[in-house]
Ligand binder design. Sequence first.
Ligand code: AMP
Ligand code: MG
Length: 411
Amino acid sequence: MISVEQALERVLEAVVPAVSERVCLDQAHGRVLAEDVVAGLDLPPWDNSAMDGFAVVASDTTSVPARLAVAGVLMAGDTPQNSVQPGSCVRIMTGAPMPEGANAVVMFENTDRGLEEVVIHKSVEPGRNVRNQGNDVSRGAVVMNRGRTLGAAEIGLLAALGLPHVEVARRPRIAVLSTGDEVVPVGTPLGPGQIHSSNTHALMALIEEAGAVGVNCGNVPDDPALLREALARCVQEDLVVTTGGVSAGDHDFVKDAFEAHNAELSFWKVRVKPGKPLAFGHIGGKPAFGLPGNPVSCMVGFLQFVRPVIRSILGDSSPYLPVIQARLSAPLSKKPGRALFARVALRLEEGEVRAVPVSNDSSGALMSMVGADGFALLGEGCTELSEGDSVEVQVFRWGWQNRVSGGLPWS
Ligand code: AMP
Ligand code: MG
């Protein structure tokens, strides 16, 4: 049996970086940049007004009230025709280019809004309410590096820079194969002894969250020959994930089926709870993970080992789940020898993050995952943590920060 760290090292060795593809911006959300982005433009591209008001020569407003002639009007989209002379100004709207000669804008609220002549009530210093060319981004600057995940702000920036397309990592396709005589697809009424394949759909969702494409390959019964055949079909995809049939039971044939395709398994068991049985090897040159059938073990195995592989294939510069420090709100104990990923709900209390262990820690209890936001990490040697102890928590769900008060922080 190997440690979590060793298992992670082995699976990451299997990573082959994805090729890249060009996508349009509306398809870029959540994708991982495959190129450094260099600004081809200054942002803003030219000096412009940050306010609706009057573009002035700042020194004309040193003593107020000041009376200035209004020499023209500039709307956003206009091109300035004349420069502003001392003693005069231009009525200007937000986003309109600054006319030459003017070096500040007095907002409407500090004037009488006069049409031909305006009275300025408040003085401005040079630069006030002006957004200077290149103030946000200078042309030639590297604004984002490859490996960055594209969210709304990143996509907005690409658009502002005039880039309609972006080079991103191609999403790997992941075959999802469930196994088990008792497992039937959701939508089929349950016969005696049967269960729905919840893992298939939990995995499809986890795969999408990880930035890959899931391919549902259905379920195969616990039959070595059928299992081998199904695996042979799965290797059309970039990576294979199976669930169930991987432990030491009489009907657990996944390990044998992996071995039948593959001279040697890289590993079969990891010193981790939940999710000890976890096979990893290559089938037809493709990395293949045999995850356990218990729903919690299956999700833990995915999040600990498959997800970092997917994120690394995508070139993500930080392929691991984020870890935060929290304070335990109840004791946790375990036997030495295996690392524990203890499901915890997170709460913000008096400015501190509390980790609340779930009440039912059975590896079959899906409600414990529904109620959890992360895993408290207990190393192999750790046997006991007390209430109030500080723990590291791997976070797989955000939004719990809002549960305390909801709404805006100051309301
Ligand atoms: P196994 O890993 O095959 O020994 O299965 C362990 C437990 O997980 C058993 O109770 C199975 O019925 C259950 N299980 C196996 N496959 C699935 C699946 N696809 N969805 C939900 N539960 C499953
Ligand atoms: Mg089984």
